[in-house]
Design a protein. Structure first.
Lengths: 419, 239
């Protein structure tokens, strides 16, 4: 009964009611959107690398190692010698390794020297392997495989020659233009830093640096041509880092400890999952800020509702007196106003949920293509439901303010109010 | 101890707001069953306060109020609200209607708060609402579908009268219901209201300052004469 009266009363003030609901709906959309995006970004983040048990590099910081080896951000402070790599790679508990050699770039994109094991064992987003959109893995010394972003942004196609620049700056003054590469493969988009990487073989990295010493290329007469380089022993002296897959996950901890205590060289092994979550905690500050903003927008929406109901109260004193005259108790008046707040808030929440899903549906393809963020349209999470319930409860609590005033008014006005 | 043949029986009734002077001091006021009494009450006579007391929204400072055999001054606030909903139909001077309900819903409003009012109706509640509207002079179906805010004041007062009579309450209290009507509409409204009260056996307490109407009632009482606390024409706080 109260519900019916409240509904009719709101319909009578439909302009205000619709605006109030819209304000709440928009704030709910923002809150849910931030929540969805946050979850998706975190999942996408955690999905950057999987299937790798350990990442090994020179002893520095856990985050530093993760950043340069997985995210292609920053540089290694020191390298891992080939001997140490070989010793660990040949350990009976190790199933496979992916060597990583970084330090060069191509027009702002990092160049990664590695082996075909990379395309075979690297996994992201749970268990998704690296897939070729076009072409194949490198097998010639001067073959290159590029990520989706590289291909798209530089409009590269198969067979196109590319020159690798020395160093990782966006603008480089020294180029390995004497040893050009040919693109033989373009990878499918992964939504990870792989998309922004140029992959070549480990030997190729050695080859382009074969006549370099102390960061400088040898003078013209002492240079080694691209073809001559093929004849040299191209086994690298060192690599930047490597990834390890264990035969049995159980052995990961033992291996990690063994590497961290390795005597011959200061090495460090990190578990990607642990390092990723540590990194996320750091990045998470921005997302906490977003959530706080969203929470305040919701508060503003609810305050708008409170204002709308409070301003309606004075002109409705007559209405309350009429209700009283036909037998309504003050608590009916109280319930009527609380119900109005409840209707406004829950309609706002429902419309907001609808808007959120509409927005996800519309923005999903773009987000995945541009940022590699995959928004799960799926149901509302338990946390979402908790948030939404919290909003309705807060609205009811706020509704108690006008309800209490109307209650007091109806007690003092009785049946006769001056109009 | 109380006479069920009496609709209103107020004895030694006093009322004052805390810390204020006495507004109501009535030795005895009675209204018999099915009696129609004209209570002449200009401003300053304590009219609003008396209606508040009779309606059970105010609690007397002293004395007793018996309505239809029940001592409402002994009831709790909730019981008085329920009693009012069941037994009293109110008509006010103006703005009687809930703007967001249609004509028929406005008439049926007492049924929402009182099961008893609904149960007293023989047949369909909607049919009874329409019958009352017709009896009180609103039988144009086109009018019933109009928003109540678009009705003329006279039409609104008729809807209010139909609502007061809906579900056969024992007592109708009309507070200046004709003040905003013109002469003809006033006579006509009064006739229909009195006819329907007679048909239902309801007692009518008609409060007005318009003495011209008094002749048509069983009895005329001047509030000023029975309220020993009346302050005559000064009456600032009595409105």
């Amino acid at each position: 009964m109260t519900l019916l009266l409240a509904l009719r009363s709101l319909r009578n003030r439909s302009a205000t009611a619709v605006l109030t609901i819209a304000a709440i709906a928009i704030s709910v959309t923002l809150l849910l959107g931030v929540e969805k995006l946050r979850t998706a970004a975190r999942d996408g983040f955690a999905n950057t690398v999987s299937g790798v048990d350990l990442i090994v590099g020179a002893r520095s910081g856990q985050l530093n190692l993760l950043l340069y080896s997985v995210f292609r951000v920053g540089d290694a402070t020191a390298n891992v010698t080939w001997e140490s790599y070989q010793r660990i790679a040949k350990h009976p508990d190790v199933a496979w390794t992916i060597p990583l050699s970084l330090g060069d770039s191509h027009r702002g994109f990092r160049v990664l020297g590695t082996t075909t094991a990379y395309f075979e064992h690297y996994r992201f987003a749970g268990d998704r392997p690296i897939v070729f959109a076009e072409g194949r893995v490198f097998n010639d010394l001067y073959d290159a495989v590029i990520g989706a972003d590289v291909a798209e942004q530089l409009a590269y196609t198969l067979g196109q020659p590319v020159v690798i620049a020395h160093g990782t700056g966006r603008v480089s003054f020294t180029e390995h233009d004497d040893k050009p590469f040919r693109i033989v493969g373009i990878l499918e988009r992964t939504g990870t830093p792989i998309d922004r990487t140029v992959h070549v073989s480990l030997e190729a990295i050695t080859a382009i640096h074969v006549d370099w010493k102390g960061g400088m290329q040898a003078p013209a007469g002492a240079r080694v041509s691209a073809e001559e380089a093929r004849e040299r022993d191209l086994t690298p002296e060192s690599i930047t880092a490597f990834m390890v897959g264990m035969k049995s996950r159980v052995m990961t901890f033992t291996m990690q400890r063994a590497i961290n205590e390795y005597r011959q060289e200061p090495l460090m092994a990190v578990m990607p999952g642990v390092a990723l979550s540590q990194l996320w905690n750091l990045v998470g500050i921005a997302d906490t800020a977003l959530r706080i903003v969203a929470a305040f927008v919701v508060l503003a929406g609810l305050l708008g509702m409170l204002t709308a109901i409070l301003t309606s109260l004075n002109e409705r004193r007559r209405e309350m007196a009429i209700l009283r005259s036909v037998g309504a108790r003050p608590r009916h008046v109280f319930a009527l106003l609380i119900t109005e707040a409840g209707i406004l808030a829950s309609s706002g929440v429902m419309v907001g949920v609808g808007l959120t899903y509409g927005a996800i549906f519309a923005a999903q393809p773009l987000l995945e293509r541009r940022f590699g963020i995959f928004l799960q349209p799926g149901g509302l999470s338990g946390y979402d439901v908790m948030l939404l319930t919290g909003i309705v409860l807060a609205a009811l609590l706020m509704g108690a303010v006008p309800a209490w005033r109307a209650y007091r008014n109806s007690l003092s006005d009785g049946l006769t109010i001056r109009v | 101890m109380t006479d069920r043949a009496v609709a209103i029986d107020a004895r030694e009734l006093t009322f004052a707001w805390p810390g204020k002077a006495r507004l109501i001091d009535i030795e005895r006021f009675t209204l018999h069953r099915a009696e129609r009494v004209f209570l002449r009450g200009p401003s300053g006579s304590g009219k609003s306060t008396l209606l508040g007391l009779l309606g059970g929204v105010l609690q007397p400072s002293g004395g007793e109020i018996h309505l239809l055999g029940k001592a409402i001054n002994e009831m709790s606030a909730g019981e008085r609200d329920r009693f009012r909903g069941e037994q009293i139909g109110f008509i006010f001077q103006m703005f009687n209607l809930i703007p967001y309900l249609d004509v028929v819903e406005n008439v049926m409003l007492p049924g929402r708060f009182s099961k008893l009012r609904e149960q007293r109706i023989i047949g369909e509640p909607v049919a009874e609402a329409k019958r009352l509207l017709a009896a009180i002079g609103l039988n144009d179906p086109a009018l019933l579908s109009r928003p109540v805010t678009e009705l003329s004041i006279g039409q609104q007062q008729r809807v209010a009268a139909a609502r007061a009579l809906y579900g056969k309450p024992g007592l109708i209290i009309a507070d200046e219901p004709t003040s905003s009507l013109d002469q003809d509409a006033r006579e006509n409204f009064l006739t229909l209201l009195m006819d329907e009260c007679r048909a239902q056996g309801a007692s009518l307490l008609f409060v007005s300052h318009d003495t011209q109407l008094g002749a048509r009632f069983d009895r005329v009482v001047a509030l000023k004469d029975i309220n020993r606390a009346a302050t005559d024409a000064t009456g600032e706080s009595l409105a």
